[in-house]
Design a protein around this ligand. Structure first.
Ligand SMILES: Nc1ncnc2c1ncn2[C@@H]1O[C@H](COP(=O)(O)OP(=O)(O)OP(=O)(O)O)[C@@H](O)[C@H]1O
Ligand SMILES: C[C@H](N)[C@H](N)CCCCCC(=O)O
Ligand SMILES: [Mg+2]
Length: 231
């Protein structure tokens, strides 16, 4: 079994779409996959959140959300304002380990960027990754500004002792501009981590069968086999 954390340089950068693509690729490779979204914010009770999108796109149905808060904020802030209980790091670790006992691959999607406070004592995805002994994939934007944001994130992972499994561009434009084209070389150069793939813009709007069939092609094949489908 293996656990892979999915973080990003910020919110709205494509973590959920990348999580769905990784889940679809692993499922297509015959692995049993589970996905955990510890803290969902900005979604009302009963409304579809990130995990509904992961299931819709990848077909993976073993999905676990541990806390949900209505306001679109950092989970600890949203919890305080809602009066709902804060998520606890130990509870997330226990839940993910339980999934890992029963599945080949567990994907854990953070909320927002790497250092967003997810709950009690201000724990972050870094704390979860350390407790689980799991590497993290960093989902990054494609264009101008991503070099700084991505290197900040990979340096924070390195400083904390969390292995970075690679970077993935969450939404690659149909017509990449100058910065996007340069970033394909500059991102691995400045971060020191592999650019493991990129998800074509609009992929989230594909029908599930097309998404699942294409997902594995969006990643470097060697990386995918070593990091994801090896199980
Ligand atoms: N490759 C893509 N194709 C289509 N839509 C995309 C793609 N990447 C991102 N999006 C869209 O951009 C928005 C933000 O993406 P996404 O939900 O994956 O961000 P996120 O990093 O998971 O955010 P959060 O921090 O809330 O979890 C969504 O509406 C999503 O559908
Ligand atoms: C609401 C949003 N979609 C995410 N779920 C939470 C993003 C928190 C970002 C906090 C911050 O970095 O300012
Ligand atoms: Mg998301």
């Amino acid at each position: 079994m293996s656990i892979l954390m999915v973080t990003g340089t910020s919110t709205d950068v494509g973590k959920t779409v990348v999580t769905a693509a990784l889940a679809a690729a692993a499922r297509e490779a015959g692995l049993s996959v589970a996905v955990c979204k510890p803290a969902q914010t900005g979604v009302a009770p009963g409304e579809p959140g990130d995990l509904a999108e992961v299931t819709r796109l990848s077909g993976v149905t073993v999905v676990v959300e541990l806390a949900r808060y209505p306001e679109p904020l950092a989970p600890d802030t949203a919890a305080r304002r809602s009066g709902l209980p804060m998520l606890r790091c130990d509870d997330v670790v226990e839940a993910v380990r339980g999934l890992a006992d029963r599945h080949d691959l567990v994907l854990v999607e953070g909320a927002g960027g790497l250092l967003v406070r997810m709950g009690a004592e201000g724990f972050t995805l870094v704390d979860l990754a350390l407790a689980l002994g799991a590497p993290a994939v960093v989902v990054a934007a494609a264009g101008l500004g991503t070099l700084n944001h991505t290197e900040l994130t990979t340096r924070a992972l390195a400083a904390a002792g969390v292995a970075c499994a690679g970077a993935v561009i969450g939404s690659w434009p149909d017509e990449p501009g100058l910065a996007e084209r340069c970033n394909l070389d500059d991102l691995p150069a400045v971060t020191g981590v592999d650019l493991a793939g990129s998800i074509p813009a609009g992929s989230g709007r594909l029908d599930p069968a097309s998404f699942a069939a294409a997902a594995s092609t969006w990643f470097d094949g060697t990386w995918l086999k070593a990091t994801v489908t090896a199980g």
